[in-house]
Write a new protein. Structure first.
Length: 350
């Protein structure tokens, strides 16, 4: 008997459009001999829509669907489908959330799935929330003895005394520095500051995206990434991929809009460094109570060849140019087998 799979995409975050591209890749890979697939799109305004088919996602017409479909938090509720005065409840066996950024990758929707007692793909509430918040990720990684960029946390309310904030940053880190919203995804609101004036501008820009901000030292080196799959002792790491960014740093436009940005699978690294990255990626994933999948990003420092942790993404992109599926394809996982593995793993959540 077929299982009922809900695939949820879109969302209210700034990465809404990226999610809509990722879901097409995933939905086309679902085994329809095994699953009845229900496509559920969340508009930028937060409306939940039942989507008729993949074509409607590709051309954007799904947003006009007249049919509402929401996950009930009631353990007997499932998927509540309604149109006009008609309503029905559809049982759901497993959920595949394809939601990048806030309200999808930060533990909020995972809490809904937990309340509904429906198995779901990917990291749980804590891992999602802690990994989405770069400051709290750093606090966890600090306990592992893994090097990461030196950082100074700043709250948006502290910008009222901008002189105190800039003095605090300058006392700990030399220019240039990177300024990041703590919880923004896909490098939204990230800026590089070469002096105090640029730092002030960057802090104000980051504050538009989050009330908590990180100022980090600049690591000059290669941008490398490692994909992880599994949970606990069963977690395994892919080979290491390398980002060749078209821009000065790998910001949102460089990731998704600049065709000159390239990825290399199986980066040519100094002896022992790939194993170190793989070990660190698994350690960070497990320390954050990761489950299912994540992509862990590092730098390989130019002068020292030291591995430096950058960030972890608990729901990495699944577009045609995304590193996560490319890294597992290199290990023998087709996109179909990767999607099936993740769905099956959802049912194993402790």
């Amino acid at each position: 008997m077929k299982k009922n799979l809900a695939v949820i995409f879109g969302g209210r975050s700034s990465e809404h459009e990226v999610s809509c591209v990722s879901v097409v890749t995933i939905a086309k890979a679902v085994d329809l001999e095994k699953y009845n697939m229900f496509l559920i799109g969340i508009t930028k305004d937060g409306e939940w829509k039942l989507v008729e088919d993949i074509a409607g996602i590709e051309d954007g017409s799904w947003k006009e669907s007249p049919v509402s479909a929401i996950i009930s938090p009631d353990t007997k509720g499932g998927l509540i489908i309604s149109q006009d005065d008609m309503m029905k409840v559809q049982p759901i066996d497993v959920i595949f959330p394809v939601l990048h950024g806030m309200y999808g990758e930060d533990g909020t929707i995972q809490g809904l799935f937990e309340m509904a007692d429906i198995p779901y793909v990917g990291c749980g509430v804590f891992a999602s929330a802690a990994s989405m918040d770069k400051f709290y990720t750093k606090l966890v990684v600090d306990t592992l003895g893994i090097r990461q960029a030196v950082y100074v946390p700043v709250l948006a309310e502290q910008l009222d005394d901008i002189d105190e904030v800039t003095a605090r940053v300058e006392a700990k880190i030399s220019y240039p520095v990177f300024v990041k919203p703590s919880k923004a995804g896909s490098s939204k609101g990230v800026s590089k500051a070469d002096d105090r004036a640029a730092l002030v501008v960057a802090l104000k820009e980051a504050a538009k995206h989050d009330y908590k901000i990180l100022v980090e030292e600049t690591i000059v080196g290669r941008e490398i990434e490692c994909a992880v799959l599994g949970y606990g002792k069963n977690t395994k790491a892919s080979r290491v991929g390398e980002i060749l960014a078209a821009a000065e740093f790998y910001d949102f436009d460089a990731k998704y809009n600049n065709a000159e940005s390239k990825t290399v699978i199986g980066a040519d690294l100094p002896d022992g460094k790939e194993a170190e990255v793989q070990k660190d990626a698994v350690a960070i994933f497990n320390a954050l109570d990761g489950f299912g999948l994540s992509r862990v990003d590092f730098f390989l420092e130019k002068d020292t060849n030291e591995v430096v942790f950058n960030e972890i993404n608990t729901l990495p992109g699944f577009t045609s140019i995304s590193m996560y599926p490319m890294l597992w394809k290199d290990k023998g996982y087709s996109i179909e087998s990767l999607v099936e593995t993740l769905i099956e793993m959802a049912k194993e959540r402790p």
